[in-house]
Design a protein. Structure first.
Length: 235
């Protein structure tokens, strides 16, 4: 990516245009495995965002000091260090959520989104831009994780943000929505096939929105010259 890219464009890329979970389809393992609820998705997303932002910053800081031949091992070492810090922090402050997410927290080390952004962006850009890119890409992934988890949880169990107190305390309890104990959910939604189905629907929705936006822009562009020549024709 070019250094001239504006911060607004970086944010747009991370949140929507180049959302790594919906466009590049990276990080599928945690995306599909941990999104059985909105709370799980939010927790995994925040952990990944923290690692992604901090590793981007450090990679950008040392980009002129690391030889190309050893660049990838150095990136993995940096990412692993931050993952260890996040892993220990979650054990200390969010232990119940940590037990739910389990092995997927250490596996952030090999998340393709983090390594990909370090190689594609952070190593080529300044520290502020690398930080914004890491934060935007992380938030974009977190939103997908949370929406996907919320959809699966709601359709499968009739709840939303169940066990939100594991992460957000009393505020998480206030967020919880339930359709009642008598709700007969679609068990498929919280099984692995449900993850693929709902992810496919989210990708299709994004593609549909992008197509509509492009059609409107094309129509607006075509209408602009016509509007400009209309007075001349009338004269």
């Amino acid at each position: 990516m070019a250094e001239q890219q504006s911060y607004l464009d970086i944010v747009r890329d991370g949140l929507w245009n180049n959302n790594q979970s919906l466009v590049a389809l990276l990080g599928m393992c945690p995306l599909l495995a941990t999104t059985t609820s909105a709370t799980n998705g939010l927790g995994m997303g925040i952990a990944t965002t923290a690692v992604l932002t901090m590793s981007n910053v450090v990679v950008s800081l040392i980009r002129h000091l690391v030889r190309p031949e050893i660049r990838l091992p150095v990136f993995v070492l940096i990412i692993a260090s931050f993952v260890t810090a996040v892993d220990l922090s979650m054990q200390a402050w969010f232990f119940e959520l940590y037990k739910v997410l389990g092995i997927f927290i250490p596996l952030i080390v090999v998340n393709c989104i983090i390594i990909g952004r370090a190689e594609a962006f952070a190593v080529k850009n300044s520290v502020p831009r690398a930080a914004v890119d890491g934060l935007a890409m992380g938030v974009g992934m977190t939103l997908v994780l949370m929406v996907l988890g919320g959809l699966r949880e709601f359709v499968g169990q009739g709840t939303l943000f169940a066990q939100g107190d594991l992460m957000l305390g009393s505020f998480g309890k206030a967020l919880m929505l339930s359709l009642g104990a008598d709700f007969q959910g679609a068990i498929l939604a919280i099984l692995p096939p449900g993850a693929f189905i709902f992810l496919g629907l989210l990708i299709a929705l994004k593609n549909l929105v992008d197509k509509r936006v492009r059609q409107r822009e094309a129509a607006r562009t075509a209408a602009a010259p016509a509007a400009g020549t209309a007075p001349q024709a009338a004269g």
